[in-house]
Design a protein around this ligand. Structure first.
Ligand code: IMP
Length: 199
Protein backbone atom coordinates (compact mmCIF):
# COMPACT_ATOMS: atom_id res chain seq x y z
CA UNK A 1 0.00 0.00 0.00
CA UNK A 2 1.25 3.49 -0.83
CA UNK A 3 1.06 6.43 1.56
CA UNK A 4 0.07 10.04 1.02
CA UNK A 5 0.32 12.78 3.62
CA UNK A 6 -2.56 15.26 3.66
CA UNK A 7 -0.81 18.44 4.82
CA UNK A 8 -3.35 19.68 7.34
CA UNK A 9 -3.67 19.73 11.11
CA UNK A 10 -7.42 20.21 10.89
CA UNK A 11 -9.12 16.87 11.77
CA UNK A 12 -12.39 17.85 10.02
CA UNK A 13 -10.57 18.71 6.82
CA UNK A 14 -8.60 15.45 7.04
CA UNK A 15 -11.80 13.43 7.44
CA UNK A 16 -13.55 15.21 4.57
CA UNK A 17 -10.58 14.74 2.23
CA UNK A 18 -9.97 11.11 3.13
CA UNK A 19 -13.68 10.41 2.52
CA UNK A 20 -13.44 12.08 -0.88
CA UNK A 21 -10.49 9.85 -1.73
CA UNK A 22 -12.02 6.63 -0.41
CA UNK A 23 -11.62 3.58 -2.60
CA UNK A 24 -7.97 3.96 -3.49
CA UNK A 25 -5.53 1.50 -1.97
CA UNK A 26 -3.64 4.33 -0.33
CA UNK A 27 -3.05 4.99 3.36
CA UNK A 28 -3.74 8.66 4.16
CA UNK A 29 -1.85 10.37 6.96
CA UNK A 30 -2.25 13.94 8.23
CA UNK A 31 0.09 16.38 9.95
CA UNK A 32 -1.58 15.31 13.21
CA UNK A 33 0.57 12.18 12.83
CA UNK A 34 3.63 14.47 12.95
CA UNK A 35 3.11 16.76 15.97
CA UNK A 36 6.71 17.98 15.77
CA UNK A 37 6.07 19.60 12.37
CA UNK A 38 4.49 23.07 12.57
CA UNK A 39 1.86 23.99 9.94
CA UNK A 40 3.26 26.06 7.03
CA UNK A 41 2.34 29.77 6.83
CA UNK A 42 0.09 30.94 4.01
CA UNK A 43 2.18 33.80 2.69
CA UNK A 44 1.61 33.39 -1.05
CA UNK A 45 -0.39 35.72 -3.23
CA UNK A 46 -2.22 32.94 -5.07
CA UNK A 47 -4.08 29.78 -4.10
CA UNK A 48 -1.69 27.70 -6.17
CA UNK A 49 1.37 29.15 -4.40
CA UNK A 50 -0.12 28.48 -0.97
CA UNK A 51 -1.21 24.92 -1.71
CA UNK A 52 2.16 24.18 -3.30
CA UNK A 53 4.06 25.67 -0.36
CA UNK A 54 2.09 23.61 2.19
CA UNK A 55 2.51 20.34 0.26
CA UNK A 56 6.19 20.93 -0.51
CA UNK A 57 6.95 21.82 3.10
CA UNK A 58 5.28 18.59 4.31
CA UNK A 59 7.13 16.54 1.68
CA UNK A 60 10.53 18.06 2.57
CA UNK A 61 10.00 17.40 6.28
CA UNK A 62 8.72 13.82 5.96
CA UNK A 63 9.83 12.46 2.58
CA UNK A 64 6.24 11.25 2.09
CA UNK A 65 4.33 12.30 -1.06
CA UNK A 66 2.10 15.13 0.18
CA UNK A 67 -1.05 16.93 -0.88
CA UNK A 68 -2.45 20.28 0.31
CA UNK A 69 -5.33 22.54 -0.63
CA UNK A 70 -6.08 26.22 -0.47
CA UNK A 71 -9.47 27.81 -0.97
CA UNK A 72 -10.76 31.29 -1.66
CA UNK A 73 -14.09 32.99 -2.24
CA UNK A 74 -13.83 35.09 -5.38
CA UNK A 75 -16.40 37.89 -5.64
CA UNK A 76 -16.76 39.52 -9.07
CA UNK A 77 -17.95 42.93 -7.85
CA UNK A 78 -14.94 43.09 -5.52
CA UNK A 79 -12.47 42.33 -8.32
CA UNK A 80 -11.83 38.82 -6.99
CA UNK A 81 -11.52 39.69 -3.29
CA UNK A 82 -11.36 38.19 -0.72
CA UNK A 83 -9.78 35.39 -2.82
CA UNK A 84 -6.52 34.16 -1.37
CA UNK A 85 -7.16 36.41 1.66
CA UNK A 86 -10.48 34.73 2.53
CA UNK A 87 -9.36 33.44 5.93
CA UNK A 88 -8.06 36.82 7.10
CA UNK A 89 -10.28 39.19 5.12
CA UNK A 90 -11.27 41.24 8.19
CA UNK A 91 -7.79 41.08 9.75
CA UNK A 92 -5.13 38.67 10.93
CA UNK A 93 -7.20 37.22 13.80
CA UNK A 94 -10.59 37.62 12.16
CA UNK A 95 -13.33 35.11 12.94
CA UNK A 96 -15.55 33.57 10.27
CA UNK A 97 -18.29 35.94 11.42
CA UNK A 98 -16.03 39.03 11.12
CA UNK A 99 -15.18 38.02 7.56
CA UNK A 100 -18.81 37.47 6.58
CA UNK A 101 -19.89 40.77 8.12
CA UNK A 102 -17.17 42.66 6.28
CA UNK A 103 -18.17 41.06 3.00
CA UNK A 104 -21.90 41.74 3.44
CA UNK A 105 -21.12 45.37 4.33
CA UNK A 106 -18.97 45.83 1.22
CA UNK A 107 -21.74 44.29 -0.88
CA UNK A 108 -24.50 46.57 0.45
CA UNK A 109 -26.37 48.03 -2.53
CA UNK A 110 -24.31 46.03 -5.03
CA UNK A 111 -26.47 44.34 -7.67
CA UNK A 112 -23.84 42.09 -9.29
CA UNK A 113 -23.58 39.39 -6.59
CA UNK A 114 -21.81 36.69 -8.60
CA UNK A 115 -19.13 34.76 -6.73
CA UNK A 116 -17.36 31.44 -6.77
CA UNK A 117 -15.45 29.25 -4.38
CA UNK A 118 -12.17 28.07 -5.85
CA UNK A 119 -9.99 25.31 -4.42
CA UNK A 120 -6.53 24.45 -5.65
CA UNK A 121 -5.07 21.11 -4.63
CA UNK A 122 -1.35 20.52 -5.12
CA UNK A 123 0.25 17.10 -4.96
CA UNK A 124 4.01 16.88 -4.41
CA UNK A 125 5.08 13.39 -5.39
CA UNK A 126 8.70 14.49 -5.11
CA UNK A 127 10.49 17.80 -5.68
CA UNK A 128 10.52 17.29 -9.45
CA UNK A 129 6.97 16.03 -9.83
CA UNK A 130 4.38 18.54 -8.65
CA UNK A 131 0.79 18.58 -9.92
CA UNK A 132 -2.08 20.99 -9.26
CA UNK A 133 -5.84 20.50 -9.67
CA UNK A 134 -8.64 23.07 -9.47
CA UNK A 135 -12.28 22.87 -8.45
CA UNK A 136 -14.85 25.66 -8.61
CA UNK A 137 -18.45 26.21 -7.70
CA UNK A 138 -20.42 29.23 -8.92
CA UNK A 139 -23.00 31.07 -6.84
CA UNK A 140 -24.17 34.40 -5.48
CA UNK A 141 -23.57 36.39 -2.30
CA UNK A 142 -26.83 36.73 -0.36
CA UNK A 143 -27.88 39.98 1.30
CA UNK A 144 -28.10 38.35 4.72
CA UNK A 145 -27.04 35.17 6.49
CA UNK A 146 -29.11 32.03 5.91
CA UNK A 147 -28.67 28.61 7.49
CA UNK A 148 -26.68 27.30 10.40
CA UNK A 149 -24.57 24.46 9.03
CA UNK A 150 -21.10 24.62 7.58
CA UNK A 151 -18.44 27.21 8.29
CA UNK A 152 -16.66 30.19 6.80
CA UNK A 153 -18.74 31.96 4.16
CA UNK A 154 -21.28 29.13 3.79
CA UNK A 155 -24.24 31.08 5.19
CA UNK A 156 -23.88 33.91 2.65
CA UNK A 157 -23.11 31.78 -0.42
CA UNK A 158 -26.18 30.87 -2.46
CA UNK A 159 -25.95 27.72 -4.57
CA UNK A 160 -28.43 28.54 -7.34
CA UNK A 161 -29.14 24.97 -8.50
CA UNK A 162 -30.82 24.27 -5.14
CA UNK A 163 -31.83 27.83 -4.22
CA UNK A 164 -30.13 27.30 -0.85
CA UNK A 165 -27.03 28.63 0.82
CA UNK A 166 -24.23 26.19 1.58
CA UNK A 167 -25.23 26.55 5.25
CA UNK A 168 -28.74 25.26 4.42
CA UNK A 169 -27.51 22.20 2.51
CA UNK A 170 -26.77 19.00 4.45
CA UNK A 171 -23.03 18.48 4.77
CA UNK A 172 -23.13 15.14 2.88
CA UNK A 173 -24.60 16.96 -0.13
CA UNK A 174 -22.27 19.95 0.15
CA UNK A 175 -19.32 17.59 0.25
CA UNK A 176 -20.41 16.11 -3.09
CA UNK A 177 -20.84 19.40 -4.95
CA UNK A 178 -18.29 21.68 -3.33
CA UNK A 179 -15.23 23.32 -4.85
CA UNK A 180 -13.07 21.13 -2.57
CA UNK A 181 -14.85 17.95 -3.67
CA UNK A 182 -14.38 18.88 -7.32
CA UNK A 183 -10.66 19.61 -6.91
CA UNK A 184 -10.04 16.41 -4.92
CA UNK A 185 -12.03 14.37 -7.44
CA UNK A 186 -9.65 15.64 -10.13
CA UNK A 187 -6.77 14.54 -7.91
CA UNK A 188 -8.51 11.17 -7.43
CA UNK A 189 -8.66 10.70 -11.22
CA UNK A 190 -4.96 11.43 -11.38
CA UNK A 191 -4.31 8.83 -8.66
CA UNK A 192 -6.31 6.26 -10.60
CA UNK A 193 -3.94 6.70 -13.52
CA UNK A 194 -0.70 6.92 -11.50
CA UNK A 195 -1.49 5.07 -8.26
CA UNK A 196 0.93 2.23 -8.81
CA UNK A 197 4.04 4.44 -8.88
CA UNK A 198 3.53 6.78 -5.90
CA UNK A 199 5.98 5.70 -3.21
P1 IMP B 1 -8.68 27.11 3.48
O1 IMP B 1 -7.71 27.39 2.40
O2 IMP B 1 -9.41 25.82 3.30
O3 IMP B 1 -8.08 27.27 4.84
O4 IMP B 1 -9.82 28.22 3.36
C1 IMP B 1 -9.56 29.61 3.50
C2 IMP B 1 -10.83 30.29 3.96
O5 IMP B 1 -11.82 30.18 2.95
C3 IMP B 1 -11.46 29.71 5.22
O6 IMP B 1 -10.93 30.33 6.35
C4 IMP B 1 -12.93 30.02 5.04
O7 IMP B 1 -13.21 31.33 5.47
C5 IMP B 1 -13.10 29.96 3.55
N1 IMP B 1 -13.61 28.64 3.12
C6 IMP B 1 -12.88 27.60 2.67
N2 IMP B 1 -13.68 26.57 2.34
C7 IMP B 1 -14.94 26.98 2.60
C8 IMP B 1 -16.19 26.35 2.47
O8 IMP B 1 -16.34 25.19 2.05
N3 IMP B 1 -17.25 27.10 2.83
C9 IMP B 1 -17.15 28.37 3.30
N4 IMP B 1 -16.01 28.99 3.45
C10 IMP B 1 -14.89 28.31 3.09
Amino acid sequence: MTRILIATKNPDKFREISELLEGYSIEFLSLLDFPEIPGADEKGLTLIENSREKALDAFKKTGIPSVADDTGLVVDALHGMPGVFSARFAGENATYRDNREKLLKLMEGVTDRRARFVTVVTFVKNEDEIYSFEGEVEGFITTEERGSQGFGYDSIFLYPQLGLTFAEIPIEIKNKISHRARAFREFGRFLELHESGIS
